[in-house]
Design a protein around this ligand. Structure first.
Ligand code: PEP
Ligand code: MG
Length: 324
């Protein structure tokens, strides 16, 4: 199998009936790019920049960040690179940035909430990103967006920094697309309204499942509730994808579910555009995608949403239909 998959490195991610999708890579540092190239990723769908902050003993400077972003963007040579602004807090503390002790860190002061509150940190990161955008196709994504106000505020800060940099470099950053993670249920439910203002969505199922089922993603005692195939979650995901498409926007997914073999037929049937996953899953997913027909998968989605009430019923029905 591995040898068969290896032949697909330079092949496109298409379904059996010839529909083109994108399989992208999730990375944590520029050092991950070797594996990304070896796997033949069509994009970087998620650069988790918090590792730049965590692997350092002080806030990374604008120039340090610039060179990390530039390296990744240059390596992709014009293919899209989605860089997420820092997602600190929750399970990812920073030793040199003391944050208040919290009863519920996953529901607390984290990610975009910190960025909008401590704007000097956010503005430094945005400047580094805007400068790096000159070296390829860079997109910016905001994590943990719950409300439209947060997105508008983040966009406003981005526009201000862009305008400042444009005084010296006219036009810099003008082609940067701005997107959001869909990982909070309120944003998923309101996707139809977000889609009017953002350029793209990336569904973060690791957190979206955690928050939808109120089940800590790292707690074994409640891991039975962690159900990517639960019909309630599938409905929500379909709503997000449909909402993006209604406004002509891209719907991506960068949580673990994007590389889950059981989920791929359903996501393909819903028309998800981009699948971002760890480099090690890319070729397996591409191989599976090339064996699936989108019209058949869309019919399975319809049947699943009409008939199934539990995750295990979904899994069983998908397997039965694909076995035919
Ligand atoms: C997610 O929540 O699905 C996601 C991709 O972000 P992270 O795993 O970094 O929280
Ligand atoms: Mg997340």
């Amino acid at each position: 199998e591995q040898a068969e998959w290896a032949k697909l490195v330079d092949e496109p991610s298409v379904s059996k009936d010839g529909k083109q999708f994108e399989i992208a890579a999730n990375i944590g540092t520029p050092a991950d790019m070797d594996d990304v190239l070896k796997a033949g990723a069509e994009a970087v769908g998620l650069f988790r920049t918090e590792f730049l902050y965590m692997d350092s003993d002080a806030l990374p400077t604008e120039d340090q960040q610039f060179s990390a972003y530039k390296k990744v963007v240059e390596t992709m040579a014009g293919k899209p690179v989605v860089i997420r602004t820092m997602d600190i807090g929750g399970d990812k503390p920073l030793p040199y940035l003391p944050l208040p002790e919290e009863m519920n860190p996953f529901l607390g002061y984290r990610a975009i909430r910190i960025s909008l509150d401590r704007q000097n940190i956010f503005r430094t990161q945005l400047r580094a990103l805007i400068r790096a955008s000159q070296f390829g196709q860079l997109r910016i994504m905001f994590p943990m967006i719950a409300t439209l106000d947060e997105f508008r505020e983040a966009k406003k800060v981005f526009m201000e920094e862009k305008q400042n940099l444009q005084k010296e470099t006219p036009g810099i950053g003008d082609d940067i697309k701005l997107g959001i993670m869909i990982e909070i249920p309120a944003a998923a439910i309101f996707a139809d309204q977000f889609a009017k203002e953002v350029d793209f969505f990336s569904i973060g199922t690791n957190d979206l499942i955690q928050y939808s089922f109120a089940a800590d993603r790292g707690n074994d005692a409640v891991s039975y509730l962690y159900q990517p195939l639960n019909p309630a979650l599938l409905r929500l995901i379909k709503h997000v994808i449909d909402s993006a498409h209604a406004e002509g926007k891209i719907a991506a997914m960068c949580g673990e579910m994007a590389g889950d073999q059981r989920a791929l037929p359903l996501l393909l049937g819903m028309g998800l555009d981009e699948y971002s996953m760890s480099a090690s899953s890319i070729l397996r997913s591409r191989s599976q995608m090339r064996s699936l027909t989108t019209t058949e998968c869309a019919a399975i989605v319809d049947e699943v949403l009409a008939k199934c009430q539990t995750a295990s019923e979904v899994e069983k029905l998908v397997n039965e239909r694909l076995a035919k």
